[in-house]
Design a protein around this ligand. Structure first.
Ligand code: SF4
Length: 404
Protein backbone atom coordinates (compact mmCIF):
# COMPACT_ATOMS: atom_id res chain seq x y z
CA UNK A 1 0.00 0.00 0.00
CA UNK A 2 1.09 3.55 -0.57
CA UNK A 3 2.99 5.48 2.01
CA UNK A 4 1.60 8.92 2.56
CA UNK A 5 4.15 10.22 4.99
CA UNK A 6 7.18 8.57 6.45
CA UNK A 7 8.03 9.38 10.03
CA UNK A 8 11.84 9.03 9.84
CA UNK A 9 14.07 12.06 9.71
CA UNK A 10 17.49 12.56 8.21
CA UNK A 11 19.79 15.48 7.70
CA UNK A 12 20.69 15.78 4.06
CA UNK A 13 24.33 16.39 3.48
CA UNK A 14 24.52 14.65 0.14
CA UNK A 15 23.55 16.27 -3.10
CA UNK A 16 22.85 14.46 -6.31
CA UNK A 17 25.89 14.52 -8.52
CA UNK A 18 25.21 16.29 -11.78
CA UNK A 19 25.17 14.20 -14.90
CA UNK A 20 28.66 14.19 -16.35
CA UNK A 21 28.64 14.46 -20.09
CA UNK A 22 31.43 12.34 -21.40
CA UNK A 23 33.77 12.94 -24.27
CA UNK A 24 34.90 10.52 -26.96
CA UNK A 25 35.72 6.97 -26.00
CA UNK A 26 39.19 6.42 -24.67
CA UNK A 27 41.10 4.29 -27.12
CA UNK A 28 42.89 1.99 -24.72
CA UNK A 29 44.41 -1.23 -25.96
CA UNK A 30 42.68 -4.26 -24.44
CA UNK A 31 44.39 -7.42 -23.29
CA UNK A 32 43.53 -10.60 -25.22
CA UNK A 33 39.84 -11.29 -24.84
CA UNK A 34 38.65 -14.11 -22.63
CA UNK A 35 35.17 -15.20 -23.67
CA UNK A 36 33.20 -15.38 -20.42
CA UNK A 37 30.78 -18.19 -19.79
CA UNK A 38 27.60 -16.36 -18.86
CA UNK A 39 24.45 -18.07 -17.82
CA UNK A 40 21.29 -17.35 -19.78
CA UNK A 41 19.46 -15.74 -16.88
CA UNK A 42 17.86 -12.42 -16.12
CA UNK A 43 21.06 -11.33 -14.40
CA UNK A 44 22.41 -9.40 -17.39
CA UNK A 45 21.32 -6.11 -15.94
CA UNK A 46 24.11 -4.02 -14.53
CA UNK A 47 22.03 -1.98 -12.08
CA UNK A 48 21.91 -3.87 -8.82
CA UNK A 49 25.42 -5.29 -9.14
CA UNK A 50 27.97 -4.55 -6.44
CA UNK A 51 31.43 -3.14 -7.08
CA UNK A 52 33.05 -6.54 -6.53
CA UNK A 53 30.62 -8.19 -8.98
CA UNK A 54 31.39 -5.50 -11.56
CA UNK A 55 35.14 -5.96 -11.04
CA UNK A 56 34.66 -9.69 -11.61
CA UNK A 57 32.63 -8.95 -14.73
CA UNK A 58 35.49 -6.82 -16.09
CA UNK A 59 37.95 -9.64 -15.38
CA UNK A 60 35.63 -12.13 -17.11
CA UNK A 61 35.91 -10.01 -20.24
CA UNK A 62 39.68 -9.84 -20.10
CA UNK A 63 39.73 -6.31 -18.70
CA UNK A 64 41.59 -5.02 -15.66
CA UNK A 65 39.68 -5.06 -12.40
CA UNK A 66 39.63 -1.25 -12.18
CA UNK A 67 37.30 -1.23 -15.19
CA UNK A 68 34.72 -2.71 -12.85
CA UNK A 69 35.15 0.26 -10.52
CA UNK A 70 34.67 2.56 -13.52
CA UNK A 71 31.51 0.66 -14.40
CA UNK A 72 30.30 1.14 -10.83
CA UNK A 73 30.85 4.91 -11.06
CA UNK A 74 29.16 5.08 -14.46
CA UNK A 75 26.09 3.29 -13.15
CA UNK A 76 25.62 4.88 -9.74
CA UNK A 77 27.34 8.29 -9.98
CA UNK A 78 27.28 9.37 -13.61
CA UNK A 79 23.97 7.56 -14.04
CA UNK A 80 24.67 6.45 -17.62
CA UNK A 81 21.53 4.83 -19.02
CA UNK A 82 22.94 2.88 -21.96
CA UNK A 83 26.12 0.86 -22.50
CA UNK A 84 26.93 3.11 -25.45
CA UNK A 85 27.24 6.00 -22.94
CA UNK A 86 30.12 4.24 -21.15
CA UNK A 87 32.66 6.33 -23.00
CA UNK A 88 35.29 5.86 -20.25
CA UNK A 89 35.45 2.19 -21.18
CA UNK A 90 37.25 0.67 -24.18
CA UNK A 91 35.03 0.33 -27.25
CA UNK A 92 35.80 -3.39 -27.47
CA UNK A 93 34.62 -3.99 -23.88
CA UNK A 94 31.37 -2.10 -24.52
CA UNK A 95 30.78 -4.08 -27.70
CA UNK A 96 31.39 -7.38 -25.94
CA UNK A 97 28.98 -6.46 -23.14
CA UNK A 98 26.31 -5.50 -25.65
CA UNK A 99 26.80 -8.60 -27.76
CA UNK A 100 26.50 -10.79 -24.68
CA UNK A 101 23.13 -9.21 -23.93
CA UNK A 102 24.12 -6.99 -21.01
CA UNK A 103 21.96 -3.93 -20.42
CA UNK A 104 22.10 -1.12 -17.89
CA UNK A 105 18.60 -1.79 -16.57
CA UNK A 106 17.02 1.66 -16.68
CA UNK A 107 13.44 2.04 -17.95
CA UNK A 108 11.63 5.09 -19.33
CA UNK A 109 9.14 7.09 -17.30
CA UNK A 110 5.77 6.59 -18.90
CA UNK A 111 3.99 9.30 -16.96
CA UNK A 112 4.57 11.50 -13.92
CA UNK A 113 2.04 13.54 -12.00
CA UNK A 114 2.73 16.14 -9.35
CA UNK A 115 0.34 16.87 -6.50
CA UNK A 116 -0.07 20.35 -5.05
CA UNK A 117 1.99 19.35 -1.99
CA UNK A 118 4.96 18.42 -4.20
CA UNK A 119 4.46 14.64 -4.05
CA UNK A 120 5.32 13.12 -7.42
CA UNK A 121 3.94 9.80 -8.63
CA UNK A 122 5.68 8.19 -11.54
CA UNK A 123 4.72 5.30 -13.74
CA UNK A 124 7.74 3.41 -15.03
CA UNK A 125 7.33 1.38 -18.20
CA UNK A 126 9.25 -1.88 -17.83
CA UNK A 127 10.88 -3.83 -20.64
CA UNK A 128 7.79 -6.04 -21.03
CA UNK A 129 5.57 -2.92 -21.24
CA UNK A 130 4.15 -3.41 -17.77
CA UNK A 131 3.71 -0.35 -15.59
CA UNK A 132 4.78 0.14 -11.99
CA UNK A 133 4.28 3.06 -9.64
CA UNK A 134 6.83 4.81 -7.50
CA UNK A 135 6.25 7.88 -5.37
CA UNK A 136 8.59 10.67 -4.30
CA UNK A 137 7.52 12.49 -1.15
CA UNK A 138 9.40 15.68 -0.26
CA UNK A 139 9.11 16.99 3.30
CA UNK A 140 10.70 20.06 4.80
CA UNK A 141 10.44 20.28 8.58
CA UNK A 142 10.18 23.38 10.78
CA UNK A 143 13.95 23.57 11.14
CA UNK A 144 14.38 23.70 7.38
CA UNK A 145 15.82 20.20 7.02
CA UNK A 146 14.62 18.43 3.90
CA UNK A 147 14.00 14.79 3.34
CA UNK A 148 12.89 12.95 0.25
CA UNK A 149 11.18 9.62 0.71
CA UNK A 150 10.88 7.14 -2.15
CA UNK A 151 7.98 4.71 -1.88
CA UNK A 152 8.89 1.80 -4.13
CA UNK A 153 7.01 -1.16 -5.60
CA UNK A 154 8.24 -4.72 -5.29
CA UNK A 155 5.79 -6.48 -7.62
CA UNK A 156 3.80 -5.64 -10.75
CA UNK A 157 0.39 -5.60 -9.09
CA UNK A 158 -0.22 -7.74 -6.03
CA UNK A 159 -1.76 -11.18 -5.53
CA UNK A 160 -3.00 -10.52 -1.98
CA UNK A 161 -6.05 -8.47 -2.93
CA UNK A 162 -6.57 -6.56 0.31
CA UNK A 163 -10.10 -5.25 0.00
CA UNK A 164 -9.27 -1.54 0.42
CA UNK A 165 -6.31 -1.46 -1.97
CA UNK A 166 -6.30 -0.23 -5.58
CA UNK A 167 -3.22 -2.32 -6.35
CA UNK A 168 -4.95 -5.47 -5.09
CA UNK A 169 -7.94 -4.71 -7.31
CA UNK A 170 -5.68 -4.31 -10.35
CA UNK A 171 -4.46 -7.93 -10.26
CA UNK A 172 -0.95 -9.40 -10.25
CA UNK A 173 1.53 -9.95 -13.06
CA UNK A 174 4.99 -10.77 -11.73
CA UNK A 175 7.75 -10.06 -9.22
CA UNK A 176 10.12 -7.21 -9.93
CA UNK A 177 13.79 -7.91 -10.52
CA UNK A 178 16.30 -6.16 -8.29
CA UNK A 179 17.26 -3.53 -10.86
CA UNK A 180 13.58 -2.68 -11.37
CA UNK A 181 13.33 -1.82 -7.67
CA UNK A 182 16.59 0.15 -7.54
CA UNK A 183 15.80 2.16 -10.67
CA UNK A 184 12.64 3.54 -9.03
CA UNK A 185 14.81 5.29 -6.44
CA UNK A 186 17.20 6.52 -9.12
CA UNK A 187 14.30 7.92 -11.18
CA UNK A 188 12.93 9.81 -8.16
CA UNK A 189 16.37 11.29 -7.43
CA UNK A 190 16.64 12.43 -11.02
CA UNK A 191 13.19 14.02 -11.06
CA UNK A 192 13.78 15.89 -7.79
CA UNK A 193 17.49 16.52 -8.54
CA UNK A 194 18.10 15.55 -4.93
CA UNK A 195 19.27 12.46 -3.11
CA UNK A 196 16.58 10.18 -1.71
CA UNK A 197 16.98 10.12 2.06
CA UNK A 198 14.41 7.48 2.98
CA UNK A 199 13.09 4.43 1.17
CA UNK A 200 9.88 2.62 2.06
CA UNK A 201 8.99 -0.68 0.41
CA UNK A 202 5.31 0.19 0.57
CA UNK A 203 4.37 0.63 -3.08
CA UNK A 204 2.70 -1.95 -5.28
CA UNK A 205 3.07 -5.54 -4.17
CA UNK A 206 3.92 -7.52 -1.06
CA UNK A 207 7.70 -7.29 -0.47
CA UNK A 208 7.80 -10.60 1.42
CA UNK A 209 6.56 -12.42 -1.67
CA UNK A 210 9.62 -11.15 -3.52
CA UNK A 211 12.10 -11.21 -0.67
CA UNK A 212 15.15 -12.22 -2.72
CA UNK A 213 14.92 -9.23 -5.06
CA UNK A 214 13.91 -6.92 -2.21
CA UNK A 215 16.99 -7.92 -0.20
CA UNK A 216 19.26 -7.53 -3.23
CA UNK A 217 17.79 -4.10 -3.98
CA UNK A 218 18.13 -3.17 -0.29
CA UNK A 219 21.83 -4.07 -0.44
CA UNK A 220 22.35 -2.00 -3.56
CA UNK A 221 20.47 1.01 -2.18
CA UNK A 222 22.53 0.82 0.99
CA UNK A 223 26.01 0.08 -0.41
CA UNK A 224 25.94 1.50 -3.94
CA UNK A 225 23.43 4.36 -3.70
CA UNK A 226 24.44 4.95 -0.07
CA UNK A 227 21.14 5.23 1.71
CA UNK A 228 21.48 4.23 5.37
CA UNK A 229 19.82 0.99 6.41
CA UNK A 230 18.01 2.84 9.20
CA UNK A 231 16.48 5.12 6.59
CA UNK A 232 14.73 2.17 4.94
CA UNK A 233 11.47 0.44 5.89
CA UNK A 234 10.21 -2.89 4.61
CA UNK A 235 6.50 -3.42 5.02
CA UNK A 236 4.38 -6.54 4.98
CA UNK A 237 0.77 -7.45 5.37
CA UNK A 238 1.95 -10.83 6.65
CA UNK A 239 3.19 -13.85 4.72
CA UNK A 240 3.77 -17.02 6.78
CA UNK A 241 7.42 -17.78 7.66
CA UNK A 242 8.88 -14.71 5.97
CA UNK A 243 9.31 -12.49 9.05
CA UNK A 244 11.61 -15.16 10.50
CA UNK A 245 13.49 -15.28 7.20
CA UNK A 246 13.93 -11.52 7.16
CA UNK A 247 15.07 -11.51 10.81
CA UNK A 248 17.90 -13.89 9.94
CA UNK A 249 19.43 -11.14 7.75
CA UNK A 250 19.66 -8.86 10.80
CA UNK A 251 19.02 -5.67 8.85
CA UNK A 252 19.04 -2.37 10.67
CA UNK A 253 15.98 -1.28 8.71
CA UNK A 254 12.47 -0.99 10.13
CA UNK A 255 9.94 -3.74 9.62
CA UNK A 256 6.42 -2.30 9.31
CA UNK A 257 3.61 -4.81 9.70
CA UNK A 258 0.23 -3.81 8.29
CA UNK A 259 -2.32 -4.98 10.85
CA UNK A 260 -5.35 -2.89 9.86
CA UNK A 261 -7.50 -4.71 12.44
CA UNK A 262 -7.52 -5.38 16.18
CA UNK A 263 -8.76 -8.97 15.86
CA UNK A 264 -8.69 -11.90 13.45
CA UNK A 265 -12.34 -11.58 12.40
CA UNK A 266 -12.09 -7.99 11.12
CA UNK A 267 -8.63 -8.70 9.70
CA UNK A 268 -9.95 -11.52 7.53
CA UNK A 269 -12.70 -9.23 6.22
CA UNK A 270 -10.16 -6.63 5.17
CA UNK A 271 -7.27 -8.90 4.17
CA UNK A 272 -8.37 -12.23 2.63
CA UNK A 273 -4.83 -13.68 2.93
CA UNK A 274 -5.02 -13.25 6.73
CA UNK A 275 -6.83 -16.61 6.91
CA UNK A 276 -3.51 -18.38 6.37
CA UNK A 277 -1.59 -16.36 8.96
CA UNK A 278 -3.52 -15.79 12.20
CA UNK A 279 -2.94 -12.57 14.10
CA UNK A 280 -1.45 -14.40 17.09
CA UNK A 281 1.15 -16.04 14.86
CA UNK A 282 2.10 -12.68 13.29
CA UNK A 283 2.45 -11.04 16.69
CA UNK A 284 4.58 -13.95 17.90
CA UNK A 285 6.85 -13.59 14.85
CA UNK A 286 7.14 -9.82 15.45
CA UNK A 287 8.28 -10.50 19.01
CA UNK A 288 10.87 -12.98 17.73
CA UNK A 289 11.96 -10.43 15.12
CA UNK A 290 12.72 -7.91 17.87
CA UNK A 291 14.64 -10.51 19.91
CA UNK A 292 16.69 -11.49 16.86
CA UNK A 293 17.44 -8.02 15.45
CA UNK A 294 17.00 -5.60 18.35
CA UNK A 295 14.78 -3.54 16.05
CA UNK A 296 11.21 -2.83 17.09
CA UNK A 297 8.46 -3.57 14.60
CA UNK A 298 6.12 -0.72 13.76
CA UNK A 299 2.47 -1.37 12.98
CA UNK A 300 0.43 0.16 10.17
CA UNK A 301 -3.29 0.57 10.64
CA UNK A 302 -5.51 1.93 7.87
CA UNK A 303 -8.60 3.50 9.37
CA UNK A 304 -11.74 2.57 7.45
CA UNK A 305 -14.87 4.46 8.50
CA UNK A 306 -17.37 2.22 10.27
CA UNK A 307 -15.19 -0.90 9.91
CA UNK A 308 -12.20 -0.62 12.24
CA UNK A 309 -12.11 3.00 13.45
CA UNK A 310 -14.12 2.89 16.69
CA UNK A 311 -12.60 3.65 20.08
CA UNK A 312 -13.29 0.07 21.19
CA UNK A 313 -11.18 -1.14 18.26
CA UNK A 314 -8.35 1.09 19.50
CA UNK A 315 -8.62 -0.37 23.00
CA UNK A 316 -8.62 -3.92 21.62
CA UNK A 317 -5.60 -3.10 19.45
CA UNK A 318 -3.71 -1.70 22.45
CA UNK A 319 -4.42 -4.89 24.42
CA UNK A 320 -3.20 -7.03 21.53
CA UNK A 321 0.05 -5.06 21.24
CA UNK A 322 0.68 -5.11 25.01
CA UNK A 323 0.33 -8.90 25.00
CA UNK A 324 3.36 -9.24 22.75
CA UNK A 325 5.62 -6.28 23.39
CA UNK A 326 6.14 -3.07 25.29
CA UNK A 327 6.60 0.26 23.57
CA UNK A 328 4.81 -0.49 20.31
CA UNK A 329 4.40 2.23 17.72
CA UNK A 330 1.35 2.49 15.49
CA UNK A 331 1.08 4.51 12.27
CA UNK A 332 -2.54 5.42 11.65
CA UNK A 333 -3.43 5.94 8.01
CA UNK A 334 -6.82 7.50 7.30
CA UNK A 335 -8.12 5.63 4.26
CA UNK A 336 -7.70 7.31 0.86
CA UNK A 337 -10.84 6.76 -1.21
CA UNK A 338 -10.35 4.69 -4.35
CA UNK A 339 -12.64 4.09 -7.32
CA UNK A 340 -15.19 1.35 -6.72
CA UNK A 341 -14.33 0.89 -3.05
CA UNK A 342 -16.94 -0.02 -0.49
CA UNK A 343 -14.94 1.81 2.20
CA UNK A 344 -15.14 5.42 3.26
CA UNK A 345 -12.59 7.84 4.62
CA UNK A 346 -12.93 8.25 8.42
CA UNK A 347 -13.97 11.54 9.99
CA UNK A 348 -11.18 13.59 11.55
CA UNK A 349 -12.95 13.31 14.92
CA UNK A 350 -12.83 9.49 14.72
CA UNK A 351 -9.14 9.52 13.81
CA UNK A 352 -8.28 11.78 16.77
CA UNK A 353 -10.38 9.70 19.16
CA UNK A 354 -8.71 6.49 17.96
CA UNK A 355 -5.24 7.98 18.41
CA UNK A 356 -6.11 9.32 21.88
CA UNK A 357 -7.43 5.90 22.97
CA UNK A 358 -4.15 4.26 21.94
CA UNK A 359 -2.09 6.93 23.70
CA UNK A 360 -4.14 6.45 26.86
CA UNK A 361 -2.96 2.84 26.77
CA UNK A 362 0.69 3.94 26.40
CA UNK A 363 0.98 3.14 22.70
CA UNK A 364 2.83 5.79 20.68
CA UNK A 365 0.98 6.91 17.59
CA UNK A 366 1.67 8.81 14.39
CA UNK A 367 -1.22 9.90 12.23
CA UNK A 368 0.03 10.07 8.68
CA UNK A 369 -0.79 13.21 6.85
CA UNK A 370 -2.42 12.52 3.54
CA UNK A 371 0.14 13.22 0.86
CA UNK A 372 -0.44 13.45 -2.84
CA UNK A 373 -4.16 12.83 -2.57
CA UNK A 374 -4.75 14.72 -5.78
CA UNK A 375 -2.05 12.73 -7.61
CA UNK A 376 -4.43 9.85 -8.34
CA UNK A 377 -5.17 9.06 -4.70
CA UNK A 378 -4.11 5.68 -3.44
CA UNK A 379 -1.33 3.32 -4.42
CA UNK A 380 -2.13 1.49 -7.61
CA UNK A 381 -4.83 3.84 -8.80
CA UNK A 382 -2.65 5.80 -11.20
CA UNK A 383 -1.38 2.57 -12.72
CA UNK A 384 -4.88 1.11 -12.96
CA UNK A 385 -6.10 4.19 -14.80
CA UNK A 386 -3.39 3.79 -17.41
CA UNK A 387 -3.40 0.04 -17.63
CA UNK A 388 -7.05 0.08 -18.70
CA UNK A 389 -6.02 1.64 -22.01
CA UNK A 390 -3.39 0.21 -24.36
CA UNK A 391 0.14 1.29 -23.57
CA UNK A 392 1.67 4.02 -25.65
CA UNK A 393 4.44 3.01 -27.95
CA UNK A 394 5.99 6.45 -28.14
CA UNK A 395 8.89 6.95 -25.73
CA UNK A 396 8.14 9.51 -23.02
CA UNK A 397 10.32 12.59 -23.07
CA UNK A 398 10.97 14.96 -20.19
CA UNK A 399 8.56 17.48 -21.70
CA UNK A 400 5.75 14.95 -21.36
CA UNK A 401 6.12 14.81 -17.57
CA UNK A 402 3.06 16.86 -16.87
CA UNK A 403 2.19 18.56 -13.60
CA UNK A 404 -1.51 18.22 -12.85
S1 SF4 B 1 -0.39 -6.45 0.28
FE1 SF4 B 1 -0.25 -4.20 -0.02
S2 SF4 B 1 -0.21 -3.92 -2.27
FE2 SF4 B 1 -0.93 -6.02 -1.87
S3 SF4 B 1 -3.17 -5.86 -1.92
FE3 SF4 B 1 -2.51 -5.68 0.24
S4 SF4 B 1 -2.28 -3.46 0.62
FE4 SF4 B 1 -2.35 -3.77 -1.62
Amino acid sequence: MAVLQQGCSASIARSLRPHISMTAAAAIASPPMVVPMLRKTDSRFLIGMSESELRQLALDYGQKSYRGKQLHDLLYKTRAKEIQDFSHLPQVFREELREAGWRVGRSPIHRAVTASDGTVKILIRLEDNRLIEAVGIPVEDDKGSFRLTACVSSQVGCPLRCSFCATGKGGYSRNLLRHEIVEQVMAIEEIFKHRVTNVVFMGMGEPMLNLKSVLEAHRCLNKDIQIGQRMMTISTVGVPNTIKMLASHKLQSTLAVSLHAPNQKIREEIIPSAKSYPLDAIMHDCKEYFLETGRRVSFEYTLLAGTNDAVEHAIELAELLHCYSRGSHVNLIPFNPIDGSEYRRPYKKAVLAFAAALEDKKITVTVRQTRGLDASAACGQLRNDFQKSPLLEVPTTESQLSPL
